[in-house]
Design a protein around this ligand. Structure first.
Ligand code: CA
Length: 693
């Protein structure tokens, strides 16, 4: 080769490596620069393992804050910051997108999709967003009101925007898009309310819909003209019987995991729970109800079905299988197997053959009593008698609807051979309601919701928790299916996880970010964030320095036991000396003076039922959302009606309820809250230590 040809080739390669406006594409995501973080789980296999090692067990003691930013929202922060070409892209609650100079922290642009505040009512688990996707000079975000938006990566200008959902149904998007072979894949949420789940692929350049795969049958019995038609006609529709799914859409939302194997050319999506949860009401107690609670493998070009594995046939407990799906090569039975791994809500850790979906192993990673084990021959759980709460019985079981593991991403260190699971213990109470009627737009789980008023008692009381909630960072050997080490916290919903070649695992709980030795679990460093983080950290390098980026701010499912704090992005490096100011101390509201209340002629017993049906999911536990029995809003009827019935605070996420109940029922609710305020024990002060240490 002539000298100039070699130079030209070398310059071309250098340009390609440095990015230079080429943007992110499949080749880059498949062979990522170790210095970058290009997609949600860093690589298509979503191992969340970085090859960077400047920060290791010897140097981590010098880790300090390089820069930080504070946002305009105090709701949950779940995003993974992505980094390409020196720019860090992240999202906050309410689906807002930000671009920063990743070295200096200078804000380059911001994009606000201006989600209507009342759209927050449709989000079961807070108005969170888990981040963006990058592709060829564009940034893609899904919004809480169901849009998929493409932005110019340099300016934040909108390139295109499509509505991916039916705005008349309570769909939301909280998950990060993934771009595979030039198509943006996005799912949605809403299965507690009444929607039909699906995943869509849009052309990254134009925003045109390429294909859609539904996860539940068409209630009208007709084909959709979608990629899922064939498999529903052949086998999936027959797994459904008569029931409420024909009104609700059946659920099965694809709200989080989307993972791709370029070698097998398969995309794996995780499918959520049924609507209603209650299998008896949903499908007459009959049938497996495909593809609820399943991992489904599809062809990324067409959405064509290839295989599925259903973790929880006849799902009846909100046991979603939307949780993190991770691919890895594991030594199993004397050979290297390409596997899919998942720790879904139901408490079992699954290892499947990635090509065929064959179940290789499944073991409990937290205490589980709804099933004894997974039968490896049939692939089905051996359920415990009573778990299905039939015949008027209730089941108070491990695990509950928050899951043994929820959305908080795991990480895998190929070096240590361990998967790190942010697990949690919570017990679930399940019982048939006395009656069930689908209420469009409302909570439609088909569960008994115990309501206690001045003279009414529920048919069944929710039993007291037998054990305190807890979180557990588990280092799990996926080959032996055994716990190698773990750390326990008196907190649910701890953070997602990052593992690195530096031999460290980064995890946050109780308001501290801690680096653990990946092999032993020995803490090597920790930092007081001042507020809880639930998001996973990501890492990148610029000019020879390794950085660690973390979104801070509690919220989302299982994190309503702390007051809200402004969301922050905190970025660390070795020798960093920046000092974010402490968060303001939470202020205790003055005690409610009930002598000031206008007495209510409403029916407090009826109000108790209304509260259980419409209010308790958000306002049943504080202090993340206001405790209504402590709120001055209940003191007089007109102001209470303006907020609760008319929606005076809808821009802040408190939708009006006039579509669900009338003015008289609103006053019944106020009568109940005044009664509850009189009888409730005093609330612990918010200014007490928030973390219960
Ligand atoms: Ca759910």
């Amino acid at each position: 080769m002539k000298q100039w040809v070699r130079w030209a080739a070398a310059i071309g390669a250098a340009l390609a490596l440095s990015g230079c406006g080429q943007g992110v594409d499949g080749r880059r995501i498949e062979n990522p620069d170790p210095a970058e973080w290009l997609t949600y789980g860093r690589t298509y296999d979503e191992q969340r393992f970085s090859p960077l090692k400047q920060i290791d067990g010897n140097t981590v003691g010098r880790l300090g804050v390089a820069w930080w930013a504070e946002f305009d929202t105090d709701r949950g922060q779940e995003a993974t910051p992505l980094v390409h070409d020196g720019v860090l892209y992240t999202t906050t609650a309410w689906s807002k997108v930000y671009a920063f100079d990743a070295k200096t922290g200078k804000r380059l642009w911001a994009y606000d999709p201006k989600v209507p505040g009342e759209a927050g009512f449709n989000a079961c688990c807070d108005v969170v967003n888990r981040g963006v996707a990058l592709w060829k000079g564009r940034v893609y975000v899904g919004t809480i009101d169901g849009r998929l938006v493409a932005l110019d990566a340099r300016t934040g200008e909108v390139a295109w925007s499509v509505q991916t959902t039916d705005r008349s149904r309570p769909y939301t998007i909280t998950g990060a898009p993934r771009v595979i072979k030039g198509r943006v894949l996005i799912g949605n949420g809403g299965a507690e309310y009444g929607v039909r789940g699906y995943v869509s692929a849009y052309d990254a350049a134009s925003g045109k819909l390429a294909w859609r795969f539904y996860t539940t049958p068409n209630p009208k019995g007709a084909p959709d003209g979608a990629a899922s038609d064939k498999v529903f006609a052949e086998k999936a529709a027959a797994t459904w019987s008569d029931g409420a799914w024909k009104q609700t859409g059946g659920g099965g939302t694809v709200w989080d995991a989307i993972t791709y194997d370029p070698g097998l050319d398969l995309v794996f999506v995780g499918v959520g729970n049924g609507t209603p949860w209650n299998h008896k009401l949903r499908s007459g107690g009959q049938g497996d109800n495909l593809f609820l609670a399943s991992i489904v493998a599809l062809r990324p070009d067409t959405g064509e079905y290839v295989w599925h594995y259903q973790t929880t046939p006849g799902e009846s407990w909100d046991y979603t299988a939307t949780q993190h799906i991770m691919l890895a090569d594991l030594p199993i039975g004397g050979q290297t197997r390409r596997v899919v791994m998942q720790a879904p809500k139901n408490g079992f850790f699954y290892v499947l053959d990635a090509r065929t979906g064959q179940l290789l192993s499944a073991e409990k990673f937290v205490p589980v009593d709804w099933a004894e084990r997974i039968d490896l021959k049939t692939g089905r759980p051996v359920e415990t008698p009573g778990a299905r709460y039939l015949g008027g019985s209730a089941s108070n079981q491990m695990v509950g609807a928050l899951g043994g593991h929820n959305w908080h991403p795991m990480a895998f260190s190929p070096k240590a051979g361990l998967v790190y699971i942010p697990a949690q213990y919570n017990r679930g109470f399940y019982a048939d309601p006395d009656s069930f009627a689908f209420t469009p737009g409302a909570w439609n789980t088909g569960m008994l919701r115990p309501a206690r008023g001045p003279t009414t008692r529920p048919r069944l009381d929710r039993p007291a928790e037998r054990e305190p909630v807890r979180g557990e960072l588990i280092a799990w050997d996926p080959v032996a299916q055994k716990k190698r080490w773990s750390v326990v916290f008196p907190q649910m919903a701890t953070s997602g996880i990052l593992a690195t070649e530096g031999g460290l695992v980064f995890h946050s709980a109780l308001g501290r970010l801690t680096a653990y030795d990946a092999a032993t679990g020995r803490p090597a460093w920790s930092y007081d964030l001042g507020a809880r983080a639930i998001a996973p950290a990501s890492t990148y390098a610029i000019d020879g320095e390794q950085y660690l980026a973390l979104m801070v701010g509690a919220g989302g499912a299982g994190s309503r036991d702390v007051p809200r704090q402004k969301g922050r992005l905190v970025v660390f490096k070795l020798g960093g000396t920046a000092k974010p100011p402490p968060y303001p101390a939470p202020v205790d509201a003055p005690p409610l003076d009930l002598a000031l209340a206008t007495p209510s002629k409403g029916d407090a017993d009826r109000g108790a039922a209304t509260f259980a049906n419409y209010c308790a999911n958000c306002h049943g536990a504080g202090p993340y959302f206001p405790n209504l029995a402590r709120s001055p809003a209940i003191l007089e009827p007109d102001g209470f009606k303006a907020i609760v019935h008319d929606g005076a605070l809808k821009d802040r996420g408190m939708a009006g309820f006039s579509r669900f109940f009338d003015v008289a029922a609103t006053e019944d609710l106020r009568a109940y809250l005044l009664w509850a305020a009189k009888t409730a024990p005093p609330e612990p002060p918010k200014s007490a230590p928030a973390h219960g240490q």
